[in-house]
Each structure stands twice: as C-alpha cells, then as structure tokens.
Design a protein around this ligand. Structure first.
Ligand code: SF4
Length: 470
C-alpha cells in the first residue's frame, strides 16, 4: 500500500476523492488520521472507503478540518444543524452555535441557513470548523430567485459548484425524488415534510418535468469528484408522522437512492444515505436493514427517528430513543433533533440539549455494537460511583457541569465529595454504602461452614457455596 501526502487541491486532477485514492491503494493522510481517531487499522479504513461502506467527508478546500469517518466500522456519529432563517439569527450567532456544537461533541455540522448573508455565514463557519460542514445547496439556490417555480436546473448545479469551491464537505442532494413518486404522497397524513423535497415537488408539478437534480446527477458527480464533496443522498419523501412511516413513497425513493449510490461509486464519489424521520419502534430495525440492502451498505444517516408524534417540546427525547435503536442496528450517523423541533429555530441552549441527547443515543448504540472503548467509559464511571469518588464521577460524566451542579444543589460542602451517600437515599438507606459495609470474611466463613440457618437450608451443594463465597 502506498502512502501519499496529498496536496489539498490539485486543479489539474479530474478526481481527488478519498474513494479514488483508496481504490488505487493509496493511504491518504486523512485515512491515517481517521485510523488514529477510531483506533482502527489504517488498511481497514482504506478498504472500507474503497468499497463505499465508510466515507471521509473532506473537501480539499476545507483547511481547518480534522478528518473523521462515517461508517459501520466507525464509532456512531452525530450531526448538529445550525443556520439562520429568514426571521431569526445572525452570522455571529451561527458561529457561536458551531462552537457550542463542537464543544458538546458534534461530529459534523450542517449549515442550513436560509436567511440573509448566506455566503458570509458559510465562509465564517467553514473557516472556524474542525468538523466537516454539510449543506443543502437548494436552499441557497432558492434565495437567488423570487419563487420556487423560477429555479432552473443550471442555477441548481451552479450553486452546488459554488459551495464545493467554498469548501463544503458534504451536500444533501435530493436527487431521489422522482416525478412518478409524487402521487404516492397525496394521501399521506403529513404530505412532504422535507424542505428540499417540498421545493422540488412544487417545481416538478409546476413544470411537469423530472427532478433536475436527478437529470443532472452526472454533472453533480463531476463537481464532487473535483473537490471531494461527499454526497448525502437526501430523503425528500421521508415520512413526517408515525402514520406515514414505511410507506410506498418512502421506499420508492429509497430504491432510486440505491441506483444513485451505484452511479456515484462508479465515479469514485463518496455517498451516504439520509433516512427517516418518524418511525415507530417496531419498524426501526426493518428500516435499517432495508436501507443497507437497497443501498449496498452505504452509510445510513438518519434524522432521529422520532418514535412518536405526541411530544412537541421534547422531541430531542422522542427522537433519541429511535436514534439509539437505529444506531444499534447499523445506522452510522444520527442527525440530532432539538427540543424546538416542529416549533421554532433552536437557540444555543436547544443545540446543547439536542447534542447531549444524541451523544447518549450514539454511545448507547456503540455499547450495543460491542465497542470496547465505549464499555470502558461506562466501567470507569461505575467504579467511581461505587467508590463514592464524586469528583471523578463528575469528570467522567457526559456533562460534568450539570452532574456537579445537581449534586451540589443539596450537598454543596466539600465534605460531601467523599461522602458515602447523596441526598437521594441518605446515609442510612444508601444501598451501595450498606453493601460495602458487609462483613465479607464472616459471610464467607458462614457460607463455607454452613453455619448460618439460611445457608444450612440452602439447596446449593457445599462446593458451589464455597465457589460463590470465594
Ligand atoms: S444515596 Fe442512593 S443514589 Fe445516592 S449514592 Fe447512595 S445509592 Fe446512589
């Protein structure tokens, strides 16, 4: 295997993607960094990227990037969405949301700006971001025209090229929404809920034409090849309610996404597949399996999914439940949902709450997938807890500040940082304290000699008791 110190941009090269290098057997600096971060063999990273089961979103123009990977063999990742809207937020606030997102562990950040100063906001975000930045280029294309019907295929492709030059690492391209799929949505409870899907549906029906992103997909691939933009194939027809989950429209689009994946791979372009949305618990595993089969194991990137519709204000929780389960079954990246979902544009506090919920979901999924690294973290925290090492427990907590503040709310004095109880059960009832206080030597002796009445009546054989006692 060759090693290469790839220059970040080669204007003469037709294809500079990580997938292209991996298929040529070249170990790039980005692959080596991913191997180091994931504690994987660099050759395994290279072979996973080559077969499309792992992606490294790394636009050649994104100088501040610390490369990371999304895929089955990697840790489950989380994405945070930021970006202004026509009615709220500023450039400074969006950069602050990026900082909050990185600080709370977002592995990638999507800039979904649809308001003013889109270019300046994106440039400031990319310049400051060490994580990959994703966008949905159709949003900016729409800002260049008065209404959806005025969008042109050329304008859409030019916008993708423009953002590729700016350094966007991955782009949501809703190329899987076909004209023939739209009648399948007509009787849904919540119709089309993806912004990109809704824009395209309106354009297609007005012009009675096929989706321009589908028709121009080869041109889009050429752009992605030259700048190493990973494509996140958008799920424009994802279900927006439990009632619409796993319906014909959703799976018709998924079928097209499988075809597009093969077309992208034929051009060495990295791909991941976006997924639902709103799915009840009993359909989660089936949805992951179906995506993996239909899209040839390209990484799955799901929004939640929310497992019920009834809790506006708490959708970071309804969706983190679904996220943990799909992560366990093979989803590679979880797009976070904040408490403001369905209600308004999240502020920095909402971003934090959404990220914490999703880090819990991703970690729970890593544990269920057998990650020794994840299990070690749990073990260390449990040990600190059992030894009443409160300071260590706070240090190891996902959110140390909140853990410390909650403990100190009732027992703030330093003395209580080694106390063998907290205010939950108190000293007399604390079961961990009572357990530690047991006279183990006396118990072992009683068990072995069958001295205690309870032990004497035990049906366990002497040898078994001795083994238990030791
Ligand atoms: S008092 Fe209860 S909650 Fe607190 S440390 Fe002991 S067992 Fe845990």
């Amino acid at each position: 295997m060759q090693e290469q110190n790839r220059t970040r941009f080669d204007p003469g090269a037709e294809c500079v993607t990580q997938m292209h290098l991996a298929r040529e057997g070249v170990l790039s600096p980005e692959m080596k960094r991913v191997a180091e971060r994931e504690r994987l063999d660099p050759e395994l990273v290279c072979s996973e990227v080559a077969r499309g089961r792992m992606i490294i979103p790394a636009n050649v123009h994104h100088e501040a990037l610390d490369p990371m990977a999304i895929g089955l063999k990697a840790r489950v990742k989380i994405n945070s969405n930021i970006g202004n809207s026509p009615t709220s937020s500023s450039l400074e606030e969006e950069v602050q949301k990026l900082t909050v997102s990185e600080g709370w562990g977002a592995d990638t950040v999507m800039d979904l700006s649809t308001g003013k100063r889109i270019d300046e906001t994106r440039e400031a975000i990319i310049a400051a971001a060490s994580v990959p930045i994703g966008t949905v280029p159709i949003y900016q294309a729409l800002e260049c025209v008065k209404q959806i019907e005025e969008l042109t295929p050329e304008g859409l492709v030019e916008n993708i090229a423009h953002q590729a030059r700016q350094g966007v690492d991955y782009m949501t391209i809703h190329a899987g929404v076909r004209l023939e799929h739209l009648p399948l949505c007509q009787h849904r409870v919540t119709g089309i809920v993806s912004r990109g899907g809704g824009i395209l549906a309106r354009w297609m029906v007005h012009h009675m034409r096929e989706n321009p992103l589908y028709e121009r997909f080869d041109e889009i691939l050429e752009i992605c090849r030259r700048h190493d933009v990973s494509i996140s194939l958008g799920d424009g027809l994802r279900p927006g309610s439990i009632a619409d989950a796993s319906d014909a429209a959703q799976f018709a689009e998924l079928q097209t996404l499988g075809e597009l994946t093969e077309r992208a791979w034929a051009r060495d372009v990295q791909v991941m597949i976006e997924g639902p949305g709103h799915i009840p618990l009993d359909q989660l595993e089936m949805n992951v399996r179906r995506q993996q089969e239909t899209c040839h194991e390209a990484p799955f990137y799901t929004l939640g999914p929310l497992v019920t519709d009834i809790a506006p204000g708490y959708d970071h929780i309804t969706s983190a439940i679904g996220a943990a389960i799909v992560g366990w079954h093979g989803t590679s990246m979880l797009c976070y949902v904040t408490p403001k979902e369905h209600l308004g544009l999240p502020n920095a506090q909402d971003v934090k709450e959404g990220l914490i919920a999703y880090r819990i979901a991703a970690h729970a999924a890593d544990l269920a997938r057998g990650s020794a690294r994840a299990a070690q973290w749990d073990r260390e925290l449990s040990k600190a807890r059992f030894s009443f090492d409160w300071r260590r427990q706070f240090e190891l907590a996902l959110d140390p500040e909140t853990a410390r503040a909650m403990h100190d709310e009732t027992l703030a004095d330093d003395y209580f940082k080694s106390a063998e109880f907290c205010s939950m059960c108190g000293p007399k009832y604390c079961p961990m304290h009572n357990f530690k206080d047991l006279d183990w030597d006396a118990l072992r002796e009683a068990v072995t000699a069958r001295k205690a009445p309870g032990v004497a009546r035990s049906s366990l054989a002497r040898d078994e008791l001795a083994e238990v006692a030791s």
